[in-house]
Each structure stands twice: as C-alpha cells, then as structure tokens.
Design a protein around this ligand. Sequence first.
Ligand code: SF4
Ligand code: SF4
Length: 355
Amino acid sequence: MTAKVFFLSVKDGLAVEEQAIAIKELIEKSGILKISNNDFVAIKIHVGEKKNTTHIKPELIREIVSKVKEQGGQPFLTETSTLYKGERENAVKHLMHAHRHGFTIENVGAPFIMADGLTGNSEYEVKIDGQLHETVKVAREVMTADALIAVSHPTGHIAAGLGACIKNLGMGLASRMGKMRQHSAMLPEVLSDKCRICQKCVKWCPQEAIIEKDGKAYIMAEKCIGCGECLAVCRFDAVSYDWGAESGYMQRSMAEHAYGSIKDKKDKCVFINVLINMTKDCDCFSVKQEKMIEDIGILASQDPVAVDMATLDLTAKAHGHNLAEMAYKHHDAMIQIDHAAEIGMGSKQYELVEV
Ligand code: SF4
Ligand code: SF4
C-alpha cells in the first residue's frame, strides 16, 4: 500500500514564529487532522534535555493544540520518564523542566500529563504478536487517549542510527520496563588497553554499574541497563559495543514497542516530523549541538513508517547521504524501518504530496 506523506518545505534558518506558521499551514492544507468531539488527544513531544537548544519549540506545539481544539478535541502534551539520570528521570523533574523550556499551559494551551506516571511504571501490556515480543509495555495514558499526534524531531542516534518517529513512539512511549527491554541486548564492555581510569563514565553511569577493577573501569552486567551513556562520555574510545548485533535488536524491539503504542488507534494517529535543526545526536543529550545539515521542511502522515522513510529520502536528496548515514554510518537505520513495515505498522512506499 502507498501511504501519503504531506510535505511543506522551509528555508534554512527560519525563525521559530515562522516555523509555527509553517506547521499550521501544513495541518490546514493537508486536512490530515480528524478529531472527533471530546476525543482525548495525546500530543507526544520531546522537551529537550537541560542544555539542548535544538528541540521542537512550544510555539509549534501551540499551533497543533489550537487545531485539535478547533475540531472539538481535548489535547494534552505527553511524554515518559527517561531511564538515565537527568532532568527528565521522573514526572516531577520532567514537568518542572518542561515548564522551564516553555511548555506551560499559558504558552501552549494544554496541560502536560506524564503518560507513565510518577516514576515510569504506569503501563499497559499490549498484545502485538511481534517477531521478538508477544506483548509490549506501553505508557498507560497513551492507551487511554482516543487519538495520538506524535511530533518528532529527526536526529542521528548513538544506538539506533536514526531517532525519528519510530524511535519517538517506541522508546518515547514505552514504560520504564518497556524501555529496559529494548536496551536489554546493549551491554558495553571496557577495553583494558585503552582505559585511562579517568572516572568519567563512573560519574555519568545512571545505574552506578561501573567500578574500578584490575586497573580499569569495569561494567557490572547485572546492573547495566544498556543506556550507552558511558560510550558517549568516554574520550579514549575505551568503551565498546557490538554495534551490529545489539543495535539491530534494539531497533527491532523499538519498532515493536512503537507498534504497540498505536495499534489500537491506527486511524486516529498523525505523525509529524520536523526536519529543522537536525543534529548528530538526539535531544536527550544535555549539550548544545550544532545542526548537521540545512533545514528541509515539515512532514505529516498517518503512516509512521512512511514519514521516517520520507525523512531519510529527503535528507539524502538534499545532502547526498541521509541523516542516519551522516550521523552514525556504522549503523543501519533501515533495520527499524524494515522491521516496522514487516510487522504491519506501515508502508515504506509513499507518495510525497507537497502543500
Ligand atoms: S554501564 Fe554504561 S550502558 Fe550500562 S548503565 Fe552504565 S552508563 Fe549505561
Ligand atoms: S571514561 Fe573511558 S577512560 Fe575514563 S574510566 Fe571510563 S572507560 Fe576508562
């Protein structure tokens, strides 16, 4: 089946106010939003970690909220807690942080309701009969909502190659248990000949899973959740992953969790990818990042697979290599897209409709 992906191109470096006008125009011209009266509409966003400045801004989300209200829906912003320590590790910190980044009722016009409860364990087990999982654990309030709008900011991703719609749904809407399941195969190892015992990874590990042993850092497998923080912070290339096997498993598991989050409301979902300020790493990194490539535009579709496929194609068309290849060429980001298509989540074939 060929899916429709609506596309509004933008000039590079557009001001936030103009980005907001663009998203409004895309929704109006595509007619993609179909909300029934009184529907609870979950708008999945990512507010960006502490020092991140390239996440999607509240001004754009306000336009989506306003369109949902026009159609009689009851919109709320939603997210889940992270596995790693940071500003978004539980509902209290996450909401305080979201407010600091401007995602307030006053600014956006809708409340922020954490989908997975106070500490990430409010969940619902969804039967998917996937290739890896028979059931997946999805954040509870996503399942309670009647409709879902996932607003994703495509970036490269240290473990999955690409962080876009499938990642936003799969990891971003899984409960804590669901997230751990996706990371379960990603266990890093410290190479003794490279480790300088600088202790940086010890300090950053959210699980206190790293100790000093036999003159090098040592990862305790029983405590490690495979979040990849140690790999990201080590300046001596001393932390290694078996990227091929592990990333592949994670991407497939992520696609199956993504499927679980939308399976029961497939006709009531809209997926928006904002191809602006695309960076090498995702918005979970608490650092200021420079964009890797020029801004392209905004995509909207009712098919989460097609919208990510179009994201890769458009970045490849504009820059020779697609976003994932430019960010982490040792990963094959098509694994998540192929797997999502195989389990019936959507289609890689699409028609790009310029609005
Ligand atoms: S050892 Fe590394 S991958 Fe494991 S939990 Fe700690 S930081 Fe994350
Ligand atoms: S950050 Fe790298 S060099 Fe430093 S202790 Fe950890 S593994 Fe060793």
